[in-house]
Design a protein around this ligand. Structure first.
Ligand SMILES: NC(=O)c1ccc[n+]([C@@H]2O[C@H](COP(=O)([O-])OP(=O)(O)OC[C@H]3O[C@@H](n4cnc5c(N)ncnc54)[C@H](OP(=O)(O)O)[C@@H]3O)[C@@H](O)[C@H]2O)c1
Length: 298
C-alpha cells in the first residue's frame, strides 16, 4: 500500500514507519523542516512538506494514500489549547478526506482518564469530547467518523512507550529526578502506568493497518498492564543512585511540572482484546528491563 504518515520522525512514528517499510509498503511522511525531510529520505520515505496547520497539505496527503497513520502531535503541554485544536483539526480533515472509502485511518490516543482506579479495556470510552478537552476529543471524534463511513482505528499508547533513545514521559521522569536530586512518586505511589516497548508499539500500528481491523476499533498498545508509579520511581532511583521519596499530591505540580498530571493518574490497561484481534505479541524488553539496563542514565 501507499501509506501517508504524520509524525514519522517521532519516537513512536519512526518505529511505525520502519515496520511499514519492512512490511513492503511505500511510505510518504509529512515533514515540516529540512531536518525532518532529510531524516525521512534517508530511510527511503517520500516527503510531503508541510505541518499540522497546513490542512490542504494533509488533505492532499490523505487523498493520494491507500492508508493514513497520524502520529504527529504538537506536544506543547504548557499550551494545551493549541495542541488540542491541531489534533482535532487534523483528525477531522483526514477523516473527511477518507470518508466513504475502506482505506484505514490509524491515529494515536492515550489512556489518560480512561479508567482510573481499574484496568482499562478496549471497550472503555474516552471521557473527552470536543476541542477544549484532552487531545481535542479526537478519540471520540474518530468513533463518530467511523459511524460516517471512515475506517478509523484508534491506538491508545501506554504512558510509558519506552526503549533506547527514549525522550518521552519516562525519560522526563529521569530528567526531573536528576535535576531535583531525588526520585519521587506521588502520595503512596499506588497509581499504575501501563507500559509498552517502542518497537512493540510500532509493530502494533503496522498490524492494525495491514489486518482487517474494523472501523471504530480501539486498540491498546500496552504490553504490561500496570506498574506502580512507586516502583517506577524506585527503579529510577536505583539507576541514578538517588534517594526515593514520596511527594504529597499538593506539591506534585511544583516537583514534576506538567508531568504531574500524568504521573499522578492511574493508567493501567489490558491489551487482551487487541492481541486477540490482531495476534499482537509483545516481544521486546519490559519497562524494568529497560530502566535497569543503564541507557536511561547516560
Ligand atoms: N510516547 C508516549 O509515551 C505516548 C503515550 C500516549 C500517546 N502518545 C501519542 O502518540 C503519538 C506519537 O507520540 P510520540 O511520542 O512518537 O511523539 P514525538 O516523539 O513527540 O513525535 C512527534 C512527531 O510530530 C511531529 N510534529 C510535531 N509538531 C508538528 C507540526 N506542527 N507539524 C508537523 N509535524 C509535527 C514531529 O516532527 P518533527 O520531526 O518536525 O519534530 C514528530 O515526528 C502522539 O499523538 C502522542 O501524543 C504517545
Amino acid at each position: 500500500m501507499d501509506i501517508f504518515i504524520t509524525g514519522a520522525t517521532g519516537w513512536i512514528g519512526s518505529s511505525v514507519a520502519d515496520h511499514l517499510l519492512a512490511a513492503g509498503h511505500t511510505v510518504t511522511g509529512l515533514a515540516r523542516s529540512d531536518a525532518s525531510a532529510d531524516a525521512l529520505e534517508r530511510k527511503g520515505i517520500r516527503v510531503l512538506r508541510g505541518g499540522l496547520d497546513d490542512l490542504d497539505i494533509l488533505r492532499a496527503g490523505a487523498d493520494k494514500a491507500e492508508a493514513v497513520v497520524h502520529l504527529a502531535n504538537k506536544h506543547d503541554f504548557t499550551n494545551p489549547a493549541v495542541m488540542n485544536k491541531a489534533e482535532r483539526d487534523t483528525v477531522q480533515t483526514i477523516g473527511d478526506t477518507l470518508a466513504g472509502s475502506p482505506r484505514p485511518f490509524a491515529l494515536a490516543s492515550g489512556l489518560f482518564c480512561v479508567a482510573p482506579g481499574r484496568i482499562a479495556t478496549e471497550l472503555d470510552r474516552s471521557p473527552f469530547h470536543g476541542v477544549d478537552s484532552s487531545r481535542g476529543g479526537s478519540e471520540n471524534l474518530a468513533l463518530e467518523l467511523a459511524q460516517q463511513g471512515v475506517r478509523t482505528i484508534v491506538t491508545r499508547f501506554a504512558p510509558s512507550v519506552h526503549g533506547a533513545g527514549d525522550y518521552g514521559f519516562v525519560a522526563g521522569l529521569v530528567g526531573i529526578a536528576r535535576a531535583k536530586g531525588v526520585s519521587a512518586y506521588i502520595d503512596d505511589g499506588a497509581n499504575r502506568w501501563a507500559a509498552v516497548h517502542r518497537l512493540d508499539a510500532g509493530r502494533l500500528v503496522q498490524l492494525a493497518v495491514d489486518e482487517r481491523t474494523p472501523a471504530g476499533a480501539i486498540l491498546h498498545a500496552a504490553a504490561e498492564t500496570g506498574i506502580g508509579t512507586r516502583e517506577i520511581a524506585e527503579a529510577i532511583g536505583r539507576g541514578l543512585r538517588l534517594p526515593v521519596v514520596s511527594i504529597p499530591a499538593a506539591a506534585a505540580g511544583e516537583h514534576f511540572g506538567w508531568l504531574s498530571r500524568f504521573f499522578g493518574t492511574d493508567m493501567a490497561a489490558s491489551s487482551a482484546a487487541t492481541s486477540a484481534l490482531l495476534g499482537w505479541k509483545p516481544e521486546h524488553p519490559t519497562l524494568f528491563e529497560d530502566l535497569d539496563s543503564g541507557y536511561y542514565y547516560l
